[in-house]
Design a protein. Structure first.
Lengths: 351, 606
């Protein structure tokens, strides 16, 4: 069952530029556990969509299977949604995007969905640089089946049963960097001030934008000894920079000195402003991002923020040289070559 | 045994030596003479080095099925001499490369041996080793032409057409052709007992493989998104789609593509992309074979349950598992009809000719949209990869695409009570909406979990039962949309029937003629689709005994008939062939003859 949220709102609720109030971006009431990190991420998506003046019907939300993949019902109820099969959201997103390049695609997945059963699709959607935002709600465990370790759980991380994980983790952000993703970030469900601008930037990015969001499972993986608990992440979180999203069409202003701000102009004219930059990191340099991430990992830190961005990468449609209009708008006149072309084809098969 | 325009010739080659092109030239040249042909590639799962055969049935009578027994064998591969010689019928010919002497023990008394020093001749005339290899093939084509009285002009015309874009290649090909021709004329008394002569039995037919034909049908039917993963024998379908899209679907003003082809990372992803694309309003398809369909099962169930159009072409090969990847079968009927877990049923189409592949390619897109469900075209390796003589493609210019029940923005405003899964018309088919169409209406959540009429998640038993029962109602509606079977009445009244589908058609039709000659009359029905329409049941009801011809071990079509029509198994007798080669008319005739004889003996008084 799902329960709709009450519809009444304050008549003076602020409206955004496209005439919607914030609650227009909400969904039904969450059925996740109270305090679940995923609900905070849903809230960040609602806020980001509202503030970005997205018309809900111009966005499609897609997911796989698992706790994380249930969340698309908890936000953007005026958008079409697709809860697909386990680990296969990327292929659905790819097909949907090929059919209509003019919508915003927001994919939501989990660590089981993306790092285990769906790692093949995760890897290949990155290779294709599909224009979408891909959020992994990463809690290091399988919540819906009661807390088994997932492939992103750190070695030695202790789960609810008290057992230490024996297997090395897959760092999805590191993997995305390695595979050539054109936008890679990590955040924490408990840090909305960082997460909201990252989601906005990801949605403005004209290619594959990946955000790995550490999102503690309050029921099965928030215990002492877990490296995906609220306490652990708060204590070990470091940042690449302070991220802000500026929806203004300002001039690009780039400064490379540590501690100063850097503005990255996104393709829709808005700006991603990075401040208090980490000294040994350059967001346009994949190697620098990889090094920074690996260094943080060996220090036991949870590095968050934007890792890497290539604002001018060509997405899948560019590689396939598709027409400017959405393929789903083409009609029979444009698609059917007609009998005269068929006559020529017939002639070519007459020996 | 002399024969004009009725014989089987087989070429035994080594894979990867350029023989395919020469053999194709040979077959096309006969077709050019107005004689029906049915070429078949019998190839290994290998790129270079293993034996490969190319067989052409020449039949002025128009019999295009495979026939057992080789009349002329052109042996160019010493590895397979023993089995090749064995396969020749008594009185037949073994034409071989005698550049090196053949072992004495290979010779048979009852067939003719014709040695042509193919390699030696090639080495004498061509300097470069690659050319020596390639033109050896054209040399044997020239020699065979002389031996079967094929005019060189027919072959020359084929070569000219083939190399129209590379005219430099024409003179050396002509030269090689002449070398072989002259050698045969000089050393043997031409023609042989088997020969060709000009006829007028090909009309305006074309010769094309089913995969190319299906791809063209998909282009004409408006498919824009193709997602696929390489697998024999379906790969050439996706390749043909892309090839012809590049010719027919590039916007002339911008040079940009009105199509998108993605080679996916696996079959799971390929069908996921199709589902995503059709959910979002594009026409889309994937092509695969049985092993790929196995992988796609989970997604097929989602498309069935969430009611998303899918066009899937299963070019069947020999199963199970990796099975016989380069051999043909019709063994995925049940696994396609009921693909995925839970209660599922899927629409199937059974094309039997390239012409039908073309029309079914377009039709499948219409049916998938109309019925909002997976539609699976069950082709097979024989149809998909071999060339067949077929009627030319005609596209009805008046025809509109049937996009089914898709609401536009205006209709969304007008409709009073819309639920994504609400059966407004009573035909089991709900109205769907495409993302991005209306600012405030029509959004819903697509899911593989159980849902009510308004697409809301529900674990309530009654909502679930309403849903799956409506899907059954929709499947009933499908019977009105899928093609009706083709029927053929026997010349004399009979209560015996023969039922076949797909590529068994060729052998079955020939078998009907053979049995007619013997005074055995059968009414025939060729099934074109599942679910079975009313006419299928009527045919079964109208006959006491029905022979069901199919190319699998377990009589899968018979099982489907028994199961879906709740039919008496005793009335349906199987005629099966499942060794990976196309079924023959002789086999069908023999089994039916035997079955009827047995019956007659049983009815004798003791």
């Amino acid at each position: 069952m799902s329960f709709a949220k009450p519809k009444f709102t304050h008549p003076q609720s602020p409206r955004n530029k496209v005439g919607y109030i914030k609650s227009d971006y909400e969904g039904v009431i969450s059925t996740l556990c109270a305090g679940c990190g995923h609900d905070s991420i849903s809230g960040a998506i609602v806020q980001a969509s509202f503030e970005m003046d997205i018309e809900p019907h111009r966005l499609a939300k897609l997911s796989g299977i698992g706790c994380s993949s249930k969340t698309p019902t908890y936000f953007l109820s005026n958008s079409h949604g697709f809860n697909s099969v386990h680990g296969r959201m990327p292929s659905i997103a790819t097909g949907a995007n090929l059919a209509n390049k003019n919508l915003i695609y927001l994919g939501v997945s989990g660590d089981g969905d993306s790092a285990s059963i769906g790692i093949g699709q995760f890897v290949h959607v990155i290779r294709r640089n599909l224009n979408m935002t891909y959020i992994v709600m990463n809690n290091g465990c399988y919540g819906l089946t009661k807390g088994q370790d997932s492939a992103t759980a750190d070695v030695g991380s202790i789960n609810k049963t008290g057992k230490a994980n024996e297997f090395g983790p897959i760092d999805l952000a590191g993997l995305a960097l390695e595979l050539g993703a054109s936008f890679v970030a990590r955040s924490f469900s408990g840090d909305k001030t960082q997460l909201v601008p990252l989601i906005k930037a990801a949605m403005s990015h004209p290619g594959f934008a990946f955000i790995d969001v550490i999102s503690p499972c309050v029921t099965f993986n928030n215990n002492k000894g877990s490296t995906k608990s609220y306490d652990f992440v708060r204590d070990h979180m470091t940042v690449t920079s302070k991220v802000d999203f500026v929806p203004l069409k300002e001039e690009i202003e780039v400064q490379y000195e540590a501690g100063k701000k850097m503005d990255v102009k996104l393709h829709d004219g808005s700006t991603l402003r990075l401040a208090k930059l980490a000294p040994d990191w350059n967001p346009f340099d994949r190697n620098s991002a990889t090094n920074k991430l690996q260094k943080a990992r060996s220090n036991g830190d949870v590095l968050t923020g934007l890792f890497y961005i290539d604002p001018s990468s060509g997405d899948l449609h560019k590689k396939l040289n598709t027409v400017d209009v959405a393929l789903n708008t083409l009609n029979a006149d444009q698609l059917c070559p007609g009998q005269s072309a068929l006559d020529k084809i017939n002639a070519s098969f007459r020996g | 045994m002399s024969s004009v325009n009725e014989f089987v010739i087989r070429f035994a080659n080594v894979n990867g030596t350029g023989s395919a092109s020469a053999n194709g030239i040979f077959a096309k040249s006969i077709f050019r003479m107005g004689i029906p042909i049915s070429p078949k590639n019998i190839f290994p799962s290998n790129i270079q080095g293993l034996p490969t055969w190319y067989e052409v049935r020449v039949s002025e009578k128009g019999y295009l099925g495979r026939r057992d027994g080789i009349d002329i064998l052109v042996g160019v591969n010493p590895q397979t001499y023993i089995q090749d010689i064995e396969s020749v019928v008594t009185g037949g010919y073994f034409i071989y490369d005698n550049s090196k002497p053949m072992h004495e023990s290979f010779f048979r008394e009852d067939i003719h041996f014709i040695g042509i020093p193919m390699m030696k001749l090639s080495m004498q005339h061509f300097a470069d080793p690659r050319k020596q290899q390639l033109f050896k093939n054209i040399i044997y084509v020239g020699a065979v032409a002389a031996l079967i009285a094929m005019p060189l002009t027919a072959v020359q015309e084929t070569i000219e057409k083939l190399f129209a874009a590379k005219p430099k290649l024409i003179p050396p090909n002509f030269e090689a052709l002449q070398i072989g021709f002259d050698y045969a004329v000089k050393h043997y008394s031409c023609p042989l007992e088997y020969r060709v002569q000009k006829a007028d039995k090909t009309g305006d037919s074309i010769v094309i493989d089913g995969n190319t034909a299906t791809a063209l049908g998909l282009i004409y039917g408006g498919a824009t998104v193709a997602a696929w993963y390489p697998i024999t024998p379906s790969t050439s379908l996706a390749s043909a789609f892309e090839k012809y899209c590049k010719k027919l679907r590039v916007d002339p003003e911008t040079g940009k593509n009105n199509f998108a082809v993605v080679q996916a990372e696996d079959e799971l992803s390929a069908i996921g992309m199709v589902i995503g694309a059709t959910w979002n309003g594009a026409r889309s398809f994937t092509a695969t074979s049985g092993a790929g369909v196995s992988l796609m099962n989970e997604f097929i169930g989602l498309a069935y349950f969430a009611e998303i159009p899918v066009t899937l072409i299963n070019v069947q090969r020999g199963g199970p598992s990796t099975g016989m990847p380069t051999r043909t079968q019709q063994a995925d009927i049940l696994s396609s009809a009921y693909a995925s877990h839970g209660d599922t049923k899927h629409v199937l189409l059974f094309p039997s000719t390239p012409n039908e592949c073309f029309h079914f390619g377009a039709l499948a897109l219409d049916l998938a949209d109309r019925l909002q469900t997976p539609v699976i075209i069950l082709s097979d390796l024989d149809l998909g990869m071999n060339e067949h003589m077929t009627d030319p493609f005609i596209w009805d210019e008046q025809k509109q695409y049937d996009r089914g029940k898709v609401l536009n923005a205006k209709e969304m405003d007008e409709i009073k009570d819309w639920g994504r899964y609400l059966d407004i018309d009573g035909d089991g088919i709900p109205y769907r909406t495409i993302p991005g169409t209306h600012p405030t209406k029509g959004s819903y959540f697509t899911r593989g979990t159980s849902h009510d009429e308004y697409a809301k998640y529900s674990e309530a038993g009654d909502a679930y039962v309403r849903k799956v029962d409506r899907l059954l109602r929709k499947f009933e509606t499908a019977k009105e949309y899928v093609p009706k079977p083709a029927m053929r009445q026997a010349k004399e009244k009979t209560d015996i029937g023969i039922l076949f589908f797909g590529t068994t058609r060729y052998a079955a039709l020939e078998s009907l003629d053979i049995l007619n000659e013997e005074g055995i009359y059968l009414n025939a029905m060729r099934i074109k689709a599942f679910p079975f329409n009313h006419e299928v049941r009527q045919f079964l009801d109208d006959h006491q005994k029905i022979y069901v011809i199919e190319q699998n071990r377990d009589a899968q079509m018979r099982s489907l008939l028994i199961n879906e029509l709740d039919y008496d198994p005793g009335k349906l007798e199987s005629v099966l062939n499942y060794d990976g080669t196309p079924i023959t008319a002789d086999l069908i005739s023999q089994k039916i003859r035997h079955s009827l004889n047995v019956k007659q003996q049983q009815s004798q008084p003791i």
